[in-house]
Design a protein around this ligand. Sequence first.
Ligand code: ZN
Length: 319
Amino acid sequence: MMRADIDVRVCEVGLRDGIQGIDQFFPTDKKKAWIRAEAAAGVREIEVCSFVPPSVSGQFVDCEEVVADALKLDNLTVSALVPNLRGAERGFATGVNKMNFVLSISESHNQANVRCSREDSLDRFRQIAELRGSTAENREVTLAVGLATALGCTIEGQVDPGEVVRIAERLLELGADELAVSDTVGYANPTQVRDVYRLLRRHLGDDVLLSAHFHDTRGLGLANVHAALNEGVRQFDASLAGLGGCPFAPGASGNIVMDDLVFMLEAMGLKTGVDLDALVVVREIVAAGLPNEPLLGAIAKAGLPKGFAAAHVAAATNF
Ligand code: ZN
């Protein structure tokens, strides 16, 4: 849940989304160090792994160990991606706080990404939600769903916003607690972001937690964040140093950069709870764990503006 002492919740996804496509194994001790340092910098939610079988990805063979270590930290929501019921069983066994399931709004993308139809994905989510409801302990776990390709698809091109609403309604009926509107391939523009959140609000009401998972593949990541802020969105995924490029465009950027996101929010007077100086230092752990990966981000390179004041020390909130 949103804590009253922050205005916007930022969620680190680099340890899952950022490294899932990287062949080089990120050492377990450095994953733990990254999580600890970023939590200490004030980030309240970190997606720490993906419960996929080792045959799918060797990057996540240490899920159980990484989750157990992260759960020792105070003030941190530990989340993990679960692709199916088997992954969710492993997730519940670890005591993870939140599980993220992903479904593509584009039928072709869902087939390409998880090799099943959207209907089959909805059925997988139904199984996970039933398992969540089966014990008091499981019911403590939050279930979020990423609406992948909600703003465009590399296979189908434009995506019908009506389909985003239709799938969102199905997921809520099945028990989803949060929906992350995801610009998986970085096609979105701010006007489109505004329109899709307005449409979702109109159909889903004010109580549904809608978050945002944006990519910066075409340079509009933070512009899209601003558009979502204007629509009342207060929870954003991002990846430290923009880790994890775009699998469809080699060399291009992927997830929005966490450090730049925090800078923008704090500069606008919105409290994230994150110490920007401490956050930027965490990049060194990422660099040490993945020496061949390019680290993105403008603030880390340019430094903070002279006279910059973080939101909690700024005189007034003007947003
Ligand atoms: Zn992403």
